[in-house]
Design a binder for this molecule. Sequence first.
Ligand SMILES: NC(=O)c1ccc[n+]([C@@H]2O[C@H](COP(=O)([O-])OP(=O)(O)OC[C@H]3O[C@@H](n4cnc5c(N)ncnc54)[C@H](O)[C@@H]3O)[C@@H](O)[C@H]2O)c1
Length: 338
Amino acid sequence: MRLLVTGGAGFIGSNFVRHILEKRKDIQIIVLDALTYAGNIDNYSKSIWEDANFCFFHGDIRDETLVKNLVRNVDKVIHFAAETHVDRSIDNSDPFISTDIKGTQVLLETIRKHPVERFIHISTSEVYGSAEKVPMDEEHPLKPLSPYAAAKTGADRLVYSYFFTYDLPVVIIRPFNNYGSNQFPEKLIPLFITNAIENKPLPVYGTGKNTRDWVYVKDCVKALEKLIDIDIKKIKGEVINVGSGEDTDVLTITDTILKELGKDKSLIKFVKDRLGHVKRHISSTEKAKKIIGWEAETNFHEGLISTVKWYLENEEWWRKIKEGRREYKEFYERYYNF
Ligand SMILES: NC(=O)c1ccc[n+]([C@@H]2O[C@H](COP(=O)([O-])OP(=O)(O)OC[C@H]3O[C@@H](n4cnc5c(N)ncnc54)[C@H](O)[C@@H]3O)[C@@H](O)[C@H]2O)c1
């Protein structure tokens, strides 16, 4: 089977590709990634670059010709590529509208003309906004709060419209907050771990009582593997949450990281709450259990400790980003300003 993976050089995409290449000899992976500031070729080891089942195209999902040439040669598509950072979308929404919505439309139009067996769209729990009832099931109202969330909601509903209008074989997956290895260190957990290692402040928004449903990325990619194999009739046109069913607040995460690294709580710096951030998220896990037979295996505390360990053991990986990438430094200095 030949599988096109868009955004495969990012956090979840690269975890997914590594998982599949390790476990499955029957799947050939073709990654399409624009290598934006968040894409990282260091997410793949030398042995992956040499793997006959791995092929990498440096390009943009908005490039119709390139997308057509790739889609015509694959059986299935899993679409991760997106601009993904809520705070950056508040700063400038342009790339979010362009990549997350237009990029998704280019893929859908291509698939309409050159059919594939399935199109797995990676949406996000951010489409729901803050929880109006918990746990949040797939029928929860869509009330995106940030430009990122709104762009992803546009893409999510556009994908659905291609199922409804053209009967395309799509499935829409809404992961809750993922964490784990290889996450770009601007996102909360890797930012806090790496700042704590460097004895830099940990910027906690508001009171730190906002909660999220945290899913260990190694669990998430197992759900996605199931979605590749399952009979398409069972998932076509469906929306499925991928969450743990539990929530944890930011201060608890901060305390755990500081304790694990033996650092002092004085590193916590409370900053004014940012607009566009959701207050609470807890996923309903029923539909994923019922349709794909998946539920999260990793308890959040254990997953967080493993993640701290990964960042301790892979300092070269994140220092190259924090010290070497202009886009990282410029945004950090402008946004946090301390
Ligand atoms: N990380 C999370 O907690 C989370 C939760 C729910 C949903 N998601 C969704 O999962 C997907 C992956 O998220 P992530 O955290 O791995 O993101 P990421 O920012 O780490 O990676 C995104 C990848 O997409 C690539 N990309 C961006 N624009 C592109 C374009 N125009 N053409 C081709 N490639 C492009 C980047 O180079 C990067 O490799 C996204 O769609 C995101 O919305 C993420």
